[in-house]
Write a protein that binds this ligand. Structure first.
Ligand SMILES: Nc1ncnc2c1ncn2[C@@H]1O[C@H](COP(=O)(O)OP(=O)(O)OP(=O)(O)O)[C@@H](O)[C@H]1O
Ligand SMILES: [Mg+2]
Length: 328
């Protein structure tokens, strides 16, 4: 089952200095649809979804209306919100590590969650997770459940979170940059699992990403944010083909420019037309909208230094190595 969510006149501010973070934001995600939220760093994407789930710091204040499942979430107390989180609204964050207790085996946290949300006993919880992990192509789930978070890769942790979502079947999934911290190839795999997740449980989704290529694959609609405000929203293809706001035009054209540069380099090296090249060009995976300097043109950025800067040559090298199967 999935539900729509309607946000009206959401205002979020820091009570310590009255700094307004989200000004007057309204949007709706219809049942079974996926809305992508894009925008530069600090534009308020995470704060918006933290407002929805009520997991912000105590000095953050929110007003407005968040209508979900017949209630205004902003009027609910912490106890009611705790019941909604996980079971009805499921969050997947950028860093899978933060979702697990570093001092416990993976299965401890999963058992706790499944006991609390689905009232499952230990064995039933393990069984439920193993079957969900098989569905997201995680090999040897029994073994994985006995690992500590630091023993697993970022991609595996994100898949475990997707498996947990499959098990819980929430009404709304909010994913805040779930692939940003992953390497490019793992991003492909994790995004594919998200697409499958949508197909399998038909859930409503809010997907935050800096990567317009990913967004185009997964979302039905896009909301573009800047400085705590919505600058544009609409169906995905419309935003890509006819962006109205100058900031959206900038996002879309910068990505197109990156694609052109990539193609030029692939032509130089005779790789244009190769399967990998076409995959990159058609999905834009690995492309991020903010090249620091367009004249350099040859760099891929994963936003504000969160990931190392990839030079096109290095990217090319990665593809070559990937082709020969020697890339870890
Ligand atoms: N805990 C906090 N207390 C006060 N202000 C905060 C807090 N967290 C974020 N902010 C402020 O809220 C604004 C929006 O931040 P937010 O994290 O929502 O941006 P974002 O669009 O998610 O950026 P990014 O793409 O880097 O994740 C920023 O100006 C930031 O300084
Ligand atoms: Mg954020």
């Amino acid at each position: 089952m999935s539900s729509s969510i309607k946000i009206s006149n959401l205002k979020i501010w820091d009570d310590r200095d009255d700094d307004v973070i989200i000004k007057d934001l309204s949007f709706e995600v219809k049942k079974n649809r996926c809305l992508a939220i894009v925008g530069e760093s600090g534009s308020g994407k995470s704060m918006t979804v933290k407002g929805i789930t009520g997991i912000h710091k105590p000095w953050i204040e929110c007003t407005g209306c968040i209508a979900f499942d017949g209630e205004n979430l902003l009027e609910l107390g912490q106890e009611s919100m705790q019941k909604i989180r996980g079971r009805k609204i499921f969050m997947i964050f950028q860093d899978g590590m933060t979702a697990f207790d570093p001092s416990c085996m993976i299965r401890v946290g999963l058992r706790e969650t499944l006991a609390e949300k689905l009232d499952l006993k230990k064995e039933a919880a393990d069984h439920c997770m193993i079957s969900a992990m098989n569905r997201v192509m995680l090999n040897n789930p029994e073994e994985i459940l006995q690992k500590y978070p630091h023993q697993l890769s970022g991609g595996m942790l994100q898949r475990i979170m997707i498996a947990l979502a499959l098990a819980l079947e929430p009404e709304l999934i909010i994913a805040d940059e779930p692939t940003t911290a992953l390497d490019t190839i793992t991003q492909y795999e994790v995004v594919d699992q998200f697409i499958k997740l949508r197909k399998e449980i038909g859930t409503t989704m809010i997907f935050i990403s800096h990567d317009l290529g990913v967004v185009r694959q997964i979302a039905d609609d896009v909301l573009v944010m800047k400085d705590g405000e919505k600058v544009e929203e609409g169906p995905i293809e419309e935003i890509f083909t006819k962006p109205q706001h100058p900031y959206t035009q900038y996002l879309v054209s910068t990505r197109a420019a990156l694609g052109t540069n990539f193609k030029r380099i692939m032509e130089e090296t005779g790789d244009v037309g190769s399967e990998e090249c076409e995959k990159v060009l058609s999905t834009g995976r690995g492309f991020i909208h903010e090249a620091e300097d367009d004249s350099q043109g040859c760099e891929l950025s994963n936003e504000q230094g969160r990931m190392p800067w990839y030079h096109w040559r290095k990217w090319k090298w990665k593809i070559d190595t990937w082709k020969t199967g020697s890339w870890d």
